[in-house]
Design a protein around this ligand. Structure first.
Ligand SMILES: [Zn+2]
Length: 239
């Protein structure tokens, strides 16, 4: 009897000791493999898990136009996007979409619609309900646009590196945290690293000056020998 108990304990112990190690190894290699998307543009490089992305690693002469929030729905800007066939990634706050989903669908018809929170609360405040801001917005944007976002941009760019934010984001199906390296505001351009580069991510806003900002974005891209491309093609959904 004593021998049997010893065997049982030994088996239980060995399982307890090896199981977590095995599953941890499996999870690591699984997620690493899972992050290597195939069939993506040649310049695409593996992005580490949910590390904020300021610029896409690529040698192709491309830049990415992203537009945030969604409070203003400027008609002239939409017309320019359609006329010039500009690929636009819209990072929308759920509350600003209201009954104007079609506006954003048209603006992002050559791009995609992604998650920019529900109410634009800062993720660095502990009082912010991340579940609502991230997970509710995933469901709401899916209801409004038919696709679940896989990219997220935190309001104000705050707490993009926070483990708490990453954990909730991952749980809700976010695969990329997308920041920016170029800001265009009121026709003025500011660069994080001094200039526009291949893979640069431009930040604009759905404001009253969007048309002007889009023209500025196109002009500085052309001057740098770069063309706007669809961010979703370079940072595709992985799962
Ligand atoms: Zn914003």
């Amino acid at each position: 009897m004593r021998a049997l108990v010893a065997v049982v304990i030994a088996v239980v112990l060995s399982f307890a000791l090896t199981a977590p190690a095995n599953s941890a190894t499996g999870a690591d290699s699984g997620s690493t493999n899972g992050l290597r998307a195939s069939g993506t543009p040649s310049g695409y490089a593996t992005i580490p898990t949910l590390r904020p992305i300021y610029r896409v690693k690529t040698k192709e002469p491309v830049v990415f136009i992203t537009i945030d929030d969604g409070i203003y729905k400027d008609l002239a800007a939409r017309r320019l996007v359609e006329k010039r066939r500009i690929p636009v990634t819209s990072f929308l706050t759920a509350w600003t979409v209201q009954d104007r989903a079609r506006y954003f669908e048209r603006v992002s018809s050559r791009g995609s619609i992604q998650n920019h929170s529900a109410t634009h609360a800062s993720f660095s405040l502990l009082s912010t309900d991340l579940d609502h801001e991230l997970c509710y917005t995933q469901r709401k944007l899916r209801r409004d646009f038919g696709n679940t976002p896989w990219m997220m941009r935190p309001p104000y760019g705050a707490a993009a590196d926070s483990p708490r934010v990453r954990a909730v984001a991952r749980r809700c199906g976010i695969e990329r945290i997308v920041m920016w390296d170029t800001v265009i505001d009121d026709g003025r351009v500011s660069y994080r690293d001094g200039r526009l580069r291949p893979g640069s991510i431009m930040l604009l806003h759905f404001g009253p000056d969007l048309e002007q900002d889009l023209r500025t974005a196109l002009r500085v891209a052309r001057k740098a020998g770069l063309r706007p491309a669809d961010l979703a093609a370079y940072l595709p959904k992985l799962s």
